[in-house]
Write a protein that binds this ligand. Structure first.
Ligand code: ADP
Length: 332
């Protein structure tokens, strides 16, 4: 933060100095112009007898005054253009510095969060496996430890997928593998699989059957898992997560993932889809994460020709709504 203050100060100092220098040069030019006019008038008085030739004298005087006026207009106009260019340049430079600083802050947060996210499932899985090797446990405890290890490796898998996909999408290197998919089955299977390992929340599914879409199976699985895992992460334990797929107005397909958590404040609803963006601050945040889940989710939805928005769930919570125009649906 101190570094930022220093950069702001230097930037504002340079900008203010440039503008003041411009104003100063303007004042000098106007003074010079006045001096030139004064010398020309003196010269005129010496050269021309104003009583013997009053008309020539006045014509010449008018010419001198008109030239000074033209000079003033030119100085003023060019000064204004320079000022506009400096301000415009200053604005763009400031905007890019600010963006760069925000990105680097978010990357720093991301590194802190990811280090924790990578280390904690590895540590948990290692501990579980060591316990299994050292002790002779009864069947129930053994299964519990194995389930826990699978859960942790799934978390790790999801994080690695998100990091890899985000970097591939950034470089436009990910090519969608499109095929006709039974979207209803994909959702049903995904939800069943998640419910089997998530014991803290109940996932309710209302899926319109036999909806086929042309899309990338792997990506759509990641989309579902990111939204449901977020609901699990941010909504209190023993609440319900709802996943529904329905056709609206006979023309659009809508996938909704709603939870009973804290919801998303109105002024954060655009920003949460930015890369590395996480609400709040890394020190006060309880749930760990990378800030990549929703960034990827929106990319995936866009690549499939849809839009994603977040709304309030009634009476409480967040509702992520994805809408696809009907032309991409092949309902059978
Ligand atoms: P991560 O969860 O790894 O931080 P995401 O990109 O998935 O990153 O989410 C960005 C931010 O949006 C989160 O940090 C969180 O603050 C907020 N968020 C996402 N989903 C929910 C949700 N279901 N309820 C409340 N807040 C959420």
């Amino acid at each position: 933060m101190e570094g930022r203050g220093g950069i702001h100060f230097v930037y504002l100092f340079v900008l203010a100095y440039t503008i003041l220098a411009l104003v100063w040069w303007g004042v000098l030019l106007f003074n010079q112009s006045e001096q030139i006019t004064r010398f020309e008038v003196q010269n005129l008085v010496l050269r021309t007898d104003s009583i013997a030739h009053p008309i020539e004298f006045h014509q010449e005087l008018q010419r001198i005054e008109a030239t000074e006026e033209r000079r003033s207009v030119m100085f003023f106009g060019e000064g204004l253009i320079f000022l506009a260019i400096i301000l415009l340049g200053g604005f763009f430079v400031y905007r890019s510095i600010w963006k760069q600083m925000r990105l680097s802050q978010q990357q720093q947060n991301f590194m802190m969060a990811v280090t924790h996210e990578l280390k904690s499932p590895i540590a948990a899985a290692k501990l579980n496996l060591e316990t299994l090797r050292k002790h002779r446990l009864d069947e129930e405890k053994r299964l519990k430890l194995l389930d826990n290890t699978i859960r942790e490796t799934n978390r790790l898998d999801q994080l690695c997928n998100n990091i890899l996909l985000a970097s591939q999408m950034e470089g436009q290197r990910y090519q969608l593998f499109r095929e006709d998919i039974d979207f209803s089955s994909l959702l049903e299977t995904g939800i069943r699989e998640m419910q089997s390992r998530i014991t803290t929340h109940t996932i309710q599914a209302h899926i319109l059957p036999d909806v086929w879409v042309n899309g990338d199976k792997f990506m759509l699985q990641i989309l579902l898992s990111n939204l449901v895992e977020n609901a699990v992460k941010y909504a209190p334990k023993h609440t319900v997560i709802n996943v529904s797929l329905a056709e609206c107005n006979g023309s659009t397909l809508k996938l909704k993932v709603t939870d009973e958590g804290p919801g998303i404040p109105a002024d954060e609803r655009e920003r949460i889809f930015l890369k590395f963006y996480r609400i709040g601050n890394e020190n006060t945040r309880k749930a760990k994460g990378s800030g990549l889940g929703l960034f990827l989710s929106r990319k995936i939805v866009q690549q499939h020709g849809g839009t994603i928005v977040v709304k309030d769930n009634v009476p409480a919570g967040a509702s992520f709504e994805i809408t696809w125009p009907v032309y991409s649906i092949q309902s059978v």
